[in-house]
Each structure stands twice: as structure tokens, then as C-alpha cells.
Design a protein around this ligand. Structure first.
Ligand code: DC
Length: 225
């Protein structure tokens, strides 16, 4: 029998990571942050100083890279060629550059393979932009998490402040808008909300309320599948 997949897609700052992690913990599923994989390859390319327009070089690099994940005690970690890069991949520079890596089909295919393999042994809560559309079109439950741009920028502002980083609110908002634009309009695997998704607008909801909604949907779908 196929393992159960809860696919969670949506734009940056909609609360996917927080919510997906809690849902995974409650259900004892494996949590997978696919954005971290695209970020890890970006970090490697930056370290090797490969220009982002050199697609062939980037593809070669990706082919020769080992990406692993672990999820223990509610903590997700990502390893690049055996090295833990969980924190290094969160810089603004990596965030900005990841869209180049994410737009290369061959690289996406390499990561899709890794993502699909994880289902062989695990029930999954996998989050990203294309999980329900490309990675697992047959996912048993597809959720599209969204929030207004204002709210997503507020969340990011707060998150940065908690990390001791003071950023201009309007600048944050603009960067999120630019990332949205790229994620939605790229040719390969753009962020799209298909008809088979459950749409949840988290703008005025607490994290617990969103988690509750997803768990309820899971109960309905687990019975049917
Ligand atoms: O979710 P995130 O911010 O960590 O994602 C980083 C970048 O990777 C973002 O620009 C979108 C891209 N991405 C993607 O194209 N497909 C995914 N499944 C996950 C992330």
C-alpha cells in the first residue's frame, strides 16, 4: 500500500514550515522541507563560485552532490555532502539566489527523485511549492496555505527581529513579493493551486487553528484512502 502523503504548498511566509512540522509530529509522519534542498544546492554553488547562468555546470554539480535529511525530536536537519548545513542555508543571500537553482528542470528532477524515494518507507508531510502538482500528484491530501502579503511580511519581520536582525518592513515586503512573482511565473513547476487542493487562508488564524484544520482533513481522508 502506498504511504500517506500530506502535500503542503504555498508562497513564502504562509506558515508552511511551522504548521507542517507540528502536523508531522502529531501524526508521527516524516516532515520534509523541500525548500531546504534547493537552498542547500544554492549554498554549494555559491561556495564553489559557479555563476548562476552556467546551467550545465550547476547540473553537473547537483549530480555529484549528496543530499540527506533527518528528522528527530521534531528537529529537521539537512546535510550537504555529509555536512550539516541546516543553519547556513537560511541567509538572505541564499534565499535570493535559490530561485536560479529552482528554475533548472534537470536539477528539480534530481531533487524530485530524492523526495519521492522518501515515500518508500515513510508517511510524509512534505512542504514546498510543487509537492501536490509535481512530486506527488497522487498525494492523498493536498493543502495550499496562503496569507496576505502584509501578514506574511509581518511574520518575517517578527521572525528576523527575534533573531536579532532589524530589517526595514517595506524592504521585506518587496522581497517577498519578488520571490512570489518568481515562484508563480517560472516555466518549470511553478507554484499553482490545483482544484484538488484544500485552500487555507492563514491570515487571521493562529497556528493551532491551522493545524486543527489539517488534522481534521487528514481524518476524513485517511478513512477514505
Ligand atoms: O520554502 P523556502 O523559502 O525555503 O524555499 C526556497 C526557494 O526554493 C523558494 O524560492 C522556492 C524554491 N522552492 C521550489 O521551487 N520548490 C520547492 N518544492 C520548494 C522550494
Amino acid at each position: 500500500m502506498k504511504k500517506f502523503v500530506i502535500a503542503i504548498d504555498g508562497p513564502a511566509g504562509a506558515g508552511k514550515s511551522t504548521v507542517a512540522r507540528i502536523v508531522a509530529e502529531k501524526l508521527n509522519f516524516l516532515y520534509v522541507d523541500t525548500g531546504a534542498m534547493y537552498r542547500a544546492l544554492t549554498l554549494k554553488a555559491m561556495g564553489k563560485k559557479i555563476p548562476f547562468e552556467k546551467k550545465e555546470q550547476l547540473i553537473e554539480m547537483a549530480k555529484n552532490t549528496k543530499i540527506d535529511i533527518s528528522y528527530n525530536d521534531g528537529k529537521f536537519k539537512i546535510y550537504l555532502d555529509g555536512q550539516d548545513v541546516t543553519n547556513e542555508i537560511r541567509t538572505e543571500q541564499v534565499s535570493k539566489n535559490t530561485s536560479y537553482i529552482a528554475s533548472i528542470l534537470r536539477i528539480r528532477e534530481i531533487l524530485w527523485d530524492i523526495q519521492r524515494k522518501l515515500r518508500e518507507k515513510n508517511n510524509l508531510v512534505m512542504e514546498g511549492r510543487d509537492i501536490g502538482s509535481k512530486v506527488f500528484p497522487d498525494a492523498q491530501l493536498k493543502i495550499y496555505l496562503d496569507a496576505s502579503i502584509e501578514e506574511r511580511a509581518k511574520r518575517r519581520y517578527k521572525q528576523l527581529k527575534e533573531m536579532g536582525i532589524e530589517e526595514d518592513f517595506e524592504k521585506i515586503k518587496k522581497e517577498i513579493e519578488q520571490r512570489d512573482e518568481k515562484d508563480r511565473n517560472r516555466e518549470i513547476a511553478p507554484l499553482v493551486k490545483g482544484d484538488d487542493y484544500f485552500y487555507i487562508d492563514t491570515t487571521n488564524l493562529t497556528i493551532d487553528q491551522v493545524v486543527e484544520k489539517i488534522l481534521l482533513l487528514f481524518k476524513e481522508h485517511a478513512v477514505r484512502s
